[in-house]
Write a protein that binds this ligand. Structure first.
Ligand code: GLA
Length: 411
């Protein structure tokens, strides 16, 4: 080995140990998670088909495959809170609730893997989870080892019931235990979601070195108000957080609630548009047995998913507010011949009852060029247009709706 190489190796080794270098989540993770839709339903007599149980996850796994979600890229199926017994076992290990998970977690994990899916689970750094189940604080190594033994592929590690000011340390420690198992496990952190709402700016460099994704802000609920509240925070803080988005490490505005009770069809397109443009993890939380086809089609829209999964992993930003519309843009990986590619998303705050005729120019969005651009509307079958950066683009946007466009530079 010549000296320069030796020096490089010496320089690189500590980085490999210190950084999260698990090679995972090179594009935003996609999957299904129980929480927003099924919460902590543990009463299987009252809610036989919805309670947090082995049956629920097996059923959802079946639908993920049979209904095309896996093929579209949604590969993780994740248990959230409320899966354990109220006590650990005699060896201090987390124990699944025996009535609701009668075959154990490894058996469920095997089933999910047999369908070609990946398996995620939930734990909490504090003394108890947010719903009051055993926390991991004195059991970090045991829990990391247990998850690896169960062949877990994704861990959502929550932060309830802990000292949120110093919480970073605990997450970093858990990350080391996870890495030490040698099993590739996507590490989803929640520490900013405990600091930022308490007016403490989180350490995003540490997050990107420790975690594959992190919840920045409050939980999503089944309403448009919740979606817009989350987006107010993300756009208000975009200059601070967007630089930390990229292959292997993502800002997470929380689950997609498309197909549930709270969002209209137009609002659902808006949520998908903005989550895709933000390079947000696409984690559905919906009953896949009963979702209406029009909502399912939004979740499975290939062009939208391609924008979200763009290999550059740039988090798009809110660039313009005009006529009560928010316009976001995201640079995408250029075409092989070098032509530039962008995505544009529009979200309307208008409540007047007709589809508003909105116009904008690419120049207003800081997309300037001597070439023309081809603009394709992803959710509507309106024909594409070709414009220069000064020509008005007209589009109809329905009340509290959204739109998503791919913009391709012409030769
Ligand atoms: C917190 C998290 C949610 C969910 C619940 C479970 O509130 O932010 O996403 O995991 O805990 O109790």
């Amino acid at each position: 080995m010549d000296n320069t190489i030796k020096k490089l190796v010496v320089l690189l080794v500590p980085m490999i140990v210190d950084c999260l270098d698990n090679g995972l989540a090179r594009t935003p993770p996609m999957g299904w998670m129980q929480w927003e839709r099924f919460r902590c339903l543990t009463d299987c007599e009252a809610y036989p088909d919805e309670c947090i149980s082995d049956k629920l996850f097996r059923t959802m796994a079946d639908y993920m495959v049979s209904d095309g979600y896996l093929e579209a890229g949604y590969e993780y199926i994740m248990i959230d809170d409320c899966w354990t017994s109220k006590e650990r076992d005699n060896n201090g290990r987390l124990l699944p609730d025996p009535d609701r998970f009668p075959y154990g977690i490894k058996n469920l994990s095997d089933y999910i893997h047999s369908k070609g899916l990946k398996f995620g689970i939930y734990a909490d750094y504090g003394t108890e989870t947010c719903a009051g189940y055993p926390g991991s604080i004195d059991h970090l190594k045991t829990d990391a080892d247990t998850f690896a033994e169960w062949e877990v592929d994704y861990l959502k590690f929550d932060g309830c019931n802990s000292d949120w000011i110093f919480i970073d340390k605990g997450y970093i420690e858990m990350g080391k235990y996870l890495n030490a198992t040698n099993r590739p496990i996507v590490y989803s952190c929640s520490w900013p979601a405990y600091q930022e709402p308490n007016n403490m700016e989180s350490n995003y460099s540490a997050l990107a070195e420790t975690c594959n994704l992190w919840r920045n802000w409050d939980d999503i609920d089944d309403s448009w108000k919740s979606v817009t509240g989350i987006l107010d925070w993300f756009s208000g803080n975009q200059d601070r957080i967007a630089p930390f988005s990229g292959p292997g490490h993502w800002n997470d505005p929380d689950m997609l609630i498309i197909g549930n009770y709270g969002l209209s069809y137009e609002q659902s397109k808006a949520q998908m548009a903005i989550w895709c443009i933000m390079a947000a993890p696409l984690i559905m939380s919906v009953d896949l047995r009963t979702i209406e086809p029009k909502f399912k089609n939004i979740l499975l829209n290939k062009d939208a998913i391609a924008i979200n999964q763009d290999p550059l992993g740039i988090m798009g930003r809110l660039i313009l507010k005009k006529d009560k519309m928010d316009i976001w843009t995201k640079p995408l990986k250029p075409k092989e011949d070098g032509r530039k590619l962008f995505a544009i998303a529009i979200m309307s705050h208008r409540v007047d009852g007709y589809p508003y005729r909105f116009n904008f120019t690419l120049g207003e969005l800081n997309i300037t060029d001597s070439n023309q651009f081809h603009i394709k509307n992803i959710f509507e079958s309106t024909s594409s247009v070709i414009v220069n950066d000064k020509e008005l683009i007209f589009t109809r946007i329905k009340p509290t709706g959204g739109a998503l466009f791919v913009v391709t530079q012409q030769k």
